[in-house]
Design a protein around this ligand. Structure first.
Ligand code: ADP
Ligand code: MG
Length: 310
């Protein structure tokens, strides 16, 4: 497939933003800008803040490559603005982004399609006081997480009641509802999806107990194995589940789906990342490289999926 359609057009790399993942976005943006520039594209880096409508107007870009992560970037808000301004953009559309960023809404759709997930209990922040680990319908360890963050911000694994409240309070800083999930012991795998097809699954082996912020961004804090060493049937199941998750949320272009596989080889869906990290050492590019798609080519393919009304 020829993938040079956008040579000569003005491509705005939208980066920065106001989420807790701003630093990651800046890295993604730099990596994307450098690679596309190196391939001969006309790129402009655009720092996203509340003046973004004016910046988009004055830069008069033809296409937006969204290098943002988290709130206001991956949650449908920037996509809505770009729709209004009729600027084609990369990645998923407004609704798919909003659904994938909200782990409760994603779960509702996944369960409507009978996709397997860890058992869950949703708590409201005003219910924290007096709520104990023993009241959950499943046993510890449990995982406490915010509804709409990423990069493992606000995520904690809790074994004992004394650690439960601090974890709930931390997660409550990010919104009025808190997700408490049953802890799944086993393998963690992430699946890359490009243009409606799974590229493959990579195994993550964090040095610590889980794939936390430092395991994600500090080199040496996690090991990656591609392709993930899974039995043929388990790999098939994992890839099909990841694709189904991407589809039921209505994602398009690309995404990365996070899953856990328990000791009985049963996969459990964690989440779909509508705008996964895209530095050269991020997982999505690593998966693509593993199947022979170099970073620049991956970006070109993503650029080809830019559009409106998706
Ligand atoms: N139910 C669970 N059991 C075991 N580990 C979990 C569970 N949920 C999350 N984790 C760990 O926490 C990490 C972050 O969780 P995730 O739901 O993907 O949120 P985020 O959007 O912050 O990436 C996962 O990559 C995994 O290592
Ligand atoms: Mg995740």
């Amino acid at each position: 497939m020829a993938t040079k359609t956008h040579i000569g057009k003005s491509i705005g790399i939208l980066m920065g933003g106001a989420s807790v993942e701003r630093a990651v976005s800046l890295k993604t943006g730099e990596a994307v800008a450098m690679a596309l520039d190196g391939l001969g594209y006309t790129v402009t880096k655009i720092m996203v803040d509340h003046n973004i409508p004016f910046a988009l107007k004055s830069e008069a870009i033809d296409i937006a490559f969204i290098a943002l992560h988290g709130r206001y970037g991956e949650d449908g808000t920037i996509q809505g603005l770009l729709e209004l301004m009729k600027i084609p953009y990369t990645g998923s559309g407004v609704a798919a982004c909003a659904l994938s960023m909200d782990k409760i809404l994603s779960r509702d759709l996944f369960s409507a399609h009978a996709l397997p997930m860890p058992a869950v209990f949703i708590l409201r922040s005003e219910e924290i006081a007096g709520f104990n680990l023993q009241e959950l319908p499943f046993k510890s360890p449990v995982v406490v997480k915010p509804v709409s963050e990423g990069s493992s911000v606000g995520v904690a694994i809790v074994e004992e009641n004394k650690d439960f409240h601090p974890a709930l309070k931390e997660a409550a800083q990010y919104g009025p509802r808190i997700i408490i999930e049953q802890y799944i012991a086993g393998k963690e795998v992430h699946v890359g999806i490009l243009n409606g097809q799974t590229l493959g699954a990579i195994e993550i082996k964090p040095k610590g107990r889980f794939y936390d912020y430092s395991a994600k961004y500090v080199s040496g804090m996690s090991q990656h194995v591609f392709p993930a060493p899974l039995s043929e049937s388990c790999e098939k199941e994992v890839l099909a589940l990841a694709l189904k998750a991407h589809q039921v949320l209505g994602c398009s272009g690309y995404s990365r789906v996070d899953l856990l596989i328990d000791d009985q080889d049963q996969p459990h869906l964690l989440e779909v990342n509508a705008l996964p990290g895209m530095t050269e050492t991020s997982l999505m590019p690593e998966i693509a490289a593993g199947v022979g798609i170099p970073f620049g080519r991956l970006l070109e393919q993503i650029l080809e999926t830019a559009g409106l009304g998706k």
